[in-house]
Design a protein around this ligand. Structure first.
Ligand code: P53
Length: 486
């Protein structure tokens, strides 16, 4: 038996991608509420009114609100996250389906702006607190352990408009207020927490030729989030010593395309900047040696106080969790074979196949990542996102034969089993989008990840009816056999 009896098999979603009910029960807005749908080739756009009162939109990736502008929702645009898959009103039915699959853990996030609509209220919004209490209670009754992301890209929009995107120290105390509220409120109901989803995206996805100003803001943004995360770990432990609080890193396994030493060094800088930088601070409690070199490369000067450094030391995480979808080959050489997808994901690796969205399918890269990271930190690990975004076809009788998804999961679970045999302390696996939901990158519904199909489409139509794909029955069997019957 490679996977222990208490291994957390499950799945994951995020509030803004599944809940819908964007303006219900006092919820405040967040960036996704002003972000349109896109496709694999066309970016999602953020809508706003500029300082002269004109309607404008700019690509979501790398977006920064221009001086004097205000975010705005336009009548003639479609915002897929407004309705999501209406988990807000379907959670009982959804949790019943997860229970049927035998889930041990369900990862979901709390929407900050349901609790503090503008981020600056003194008192939390009771309706928001009640909603999550009901969801967590429902999960507990189903025998499913909740794993809660405190922040999944959803800063209250009012804060972003006022203070920029984590560009003000004020965020640390506002986040502290929010986490104190939820740790107190859900004490005894929730034990596993993640402070910031894919915290490393901020630097990892900066284009290589970005300006020093872009780097300056990204590293400063991250510094405030590191301190906020460290404060949350300390507060969470004070409120309930049983709490287990983790970091969450977007795990991409980087490979050099050639053996040219320049490529080897370039690859190393991808790991340092993109992957290790955040994990090192959050797991080891201090900035790594190479941080100074990274900052120098872009003339970055950070607002860091002595007190901040103390907080980082005291607030190291209990576990390292990460998402894993793909590896990425990188090179310093001229190369026309860039992977076309909804983001730049390096150059084509001739040994791998790619998803319809240009993501490299690489289960071995998962084992490599697990073993490398475990050796570096020696903390319990969880894979909290993994999955294949794919087009599904509903047959006339309503069945969905998603064999490609089953194959993807089978291969990744096999590699996790090898890592466990090699001694890695892997404690859980929550697959991404176990229920179909709105894609973060493209805003599409047709990029589906689920075991559970949701009748919702990119033009906004659909009954929201849930149904079981073939992978539903397969995953049920995998969980029942503790990962033996693949
Ligand atoms: P979608 C990029 C690369 C790897 C993971 O992504 C990423 C992203 C951002 O799109 O995000 C995570 O929906 C994220 C989820 C997201 C999931 O991966 O673009 O934590 O919110 O849905 C899959 O296919």
């Amino acid at each position: 038996m490679k996977f222990s009896e208490d291994f957390y098999w499950g799945g994951a979603v995020a509030a803004n991608q599944c809940e819908g009910a964007w303006n219900v029960d006092g919820r405040g807005m967040t960036r996704t509420d002003v972000t349109t749908g896109g496709t694999v080739n066309t970016p999602r756009m953020v809508t706003f009114i500029d300082k002269d009162g004109n309607k404008q939109k700019l690509p979501n990736h790398g977006f920064k609100l221009p001086e004097g502008a205000h975010f705005a929702v336009f009548d003639d645009e479609l915002y897929p996250n407004h309705d999501g898959i209406d988990f807000y009103h379907h959670y009982k039915e959804d949790i019943a389906l997860l229970k049927e699959m035998g889930f041990k853990m369900f990862r979901l996030s709390i929407s900050w702006s349901r609790i503090y609509p503008t981020g600056e209220e003194d008192k939390p919004n009771q309706a928001g607190l009640d909603f999550y209490r009901n969801v967590f209670t429902e999960l507990r009754n189903a025998g499913i352990e909740p794993l809660v992301s405190i922040w999944h890209f959803d800063t209250p929009l009012a804060l972003e408009e006022k203070y920029g995107d984590w560009l003000d120290r004020k965020y640390i105390s506002l986040y502290e207020k929010y986490v104190t509220t939820i740790f107190n409120e859900y004490k005894g109901l929730v034990k596993y927490w993640l402070t910031f989803n894919e915290i490393n995206n901020t630097v990892n996805f900066i284009p290589d030729d970005a300006s020093d100003e872009v780097y300056q803001e990204a590293y400063q943004h991250l510094h405030y989030q590191f301190v906020a995360s460290a404060r949350a770990v300390q507060i969470g432990h004070q409120i309930d010593p049983e709490n287990k609080i983790g970091c969450m890193i977007c795990g991409i396994t980087y490979y050099p395309l050639t053996s040219d030493p320049e490529d080897i060094l370039f690859n190393r800088s991808k790991w340092e900047k993109g992957i290790f930088y955040c994990g090192d601070v959050q797991c080891k409690g201090k900035y790594p040696t190479y941080a100074k070199r990274l900052w120098k490369e872009h003339n970055v000067k950070l607002d860091i106080t002595e007190q901040d450094l103390e907080e980082l030391k005291k607030g190291t995480v209990d576990m390292y969790t990460f998402s894993y979808y793909m590896s990425q080959a990188v090179t310093t050489h001229e190369n026309d074979d860039a992977v076309s997808g909804n983001m730049s994901f390096g150059v084509r690796n001739p040994y791998l196949e790619y998803s319809d969205w240009g993501w490299a399918l690489d289960p071995k890269g998962l084992r490599y990542y697990l073993e490398m990271i475990y050796d570096r930190y020696e903390k319990p690990l969880m894979v909290v996102e993994n999955g294949l975004g794919a087009y599904d076809t509903v047959e006339e009788d309503g069945s969905i034969h998603d064999n490609y998804r089953i194959e993807y999961y089978r291969a990744h679970i096999e590699e996790m089993a090898k890592a466990i045999e090699d001694g890695v302390d892997l404690i859980g696996y929550t697959t991404w989008g176990c229920i179909d939901l709105v894609s973060a990158g493209t805003g599409e519904m047709r990029k589906r990840y689920g075991f559970i199909y949701v009748d919702k489409h990119d033009d906004g139509s659909g009954t929201m009816k849930r149904s079981r794909k073939d992978s539903f029955y397969w995953y049920k069997k995998v969980i029942a056999s503790q990962g033996e019957d693949l």
